[in-house]
Design a protein around this ligand. Structure first.
Ligand code: PGA
Length: 257
């Protein structure tokens, strides 16, 4: 199966940016930038801070933009101060959720095991998961990228059924490329996205591996998106900084058509 048969997904990760009022503005600006241009060649998602969800869902209503969250807790409810459950997200109109972003792993103590729990909670609630994996610069220099990315992928997917896997997108985000302006070359991105596909094939069979959407993320922008997205194993992008600028995000959406 070649990439034309897989769904392309362009997802913005707003991180800790934008107030609710600014969220409404940015969603409206993305809609305006994309007006009259093709958007049906890929799925477009904006993953926004929790407090922006209501405004983003409202502004995106009836448009091509789907709304995602940036994290989710694994319990359904209870004494977990400051956390948000998958059921809460669904009730707010959220369809996607990022799990295992490297900033969560680096700064908030997320482990492969808690990532796995979050993946399960999200899938059981009916959310689509954007599962992030990627190596640190030291790991790339030590030559263990394949081992790290395979381990992260395998543990995150432990216990996930073949049916549930259809709601999982994997984002390859080399940590050294995130927010640094240092993009992986298109060949580096393609190589690791291919490896992730092979890991999925080894767990679920070739059809599942060939069918899963694998994104690249890490300083993807309006200038480099087309080259990255043209690669056989790169089915989309998870975009941080450039997703906060409607004109740039719209160029990336066009590059995915
Ligand atoms: P960046 O972030 O595009 O700003 O590098 C990507 C991400 O962290 O998802």
């Amino acid at each position: 199966m070649n990439k034309l048969f897989r769904s392309a997904v362009i997802a913005g990760n707003w991180k800790m940016n934008k107030t609710p009022a600014e969220a409404t503005e940015l969603i409206n600006a993305i809609k305006a930038e994309c007006a009259g241009k093709a958007t049906d060649g890929c799925t477009v998602v904006a993953c926004v801070p929790y407090v922006d969800i209501a405004n983003a869902v409202e502004a995106a209503k009836g448009s091509f933009i789907h709304i995602g969250a940036e994290n989710v807790h694994w319990e359904r409810s209870g004494a977990f101060t400051g956390e948000i459950s998958a059921d809460m997200l669904v009730a707010c109109g959220v369809e996607y959720v990022i799990v295992g972003h490297s900033e969560r792993r680096q700064y908030f103590g997320e482990t492969d095991e808690t990532v796995n729990k979050r993946v399960h909670a999200a899938l059981e609630a009916g959310l689509k998961v954007i599962l992030c994996v990627g190596e640190l610069l030291t790991e790339r220099e030590q030559g263990v990228t394949a081992e790290v990315v395979s381990r992260q992928t395998k543990i995150a997917l432990l216990g996930v059924t073949e049916e549930q896997l259809k709601n999982v997108i994997i984002a390859y985000e080399p940590v050294w490329a995130i927010g640094t302006g240092r993009t992986a070359t298109a060949d580096q991105a393609n190589e690791v996205c291919k490896l992730i596909r092979e890991v999925v094939s080894s767990l679920y069979g070739t059809a599942a591996g060939n069918g899963i959407t694998v994104q690249y993320g890490g300083s993807m922008n309006a200038k480099n998106a087309a080259e990255l997205l043209a690669k056989e194993h790169v089915d989309g992008g998870l975009i941080g900084g450039a997703s906060l600028k409607a004109p740039d995000f719209s160029v990336i959406i066009s590059a995915a058509q």
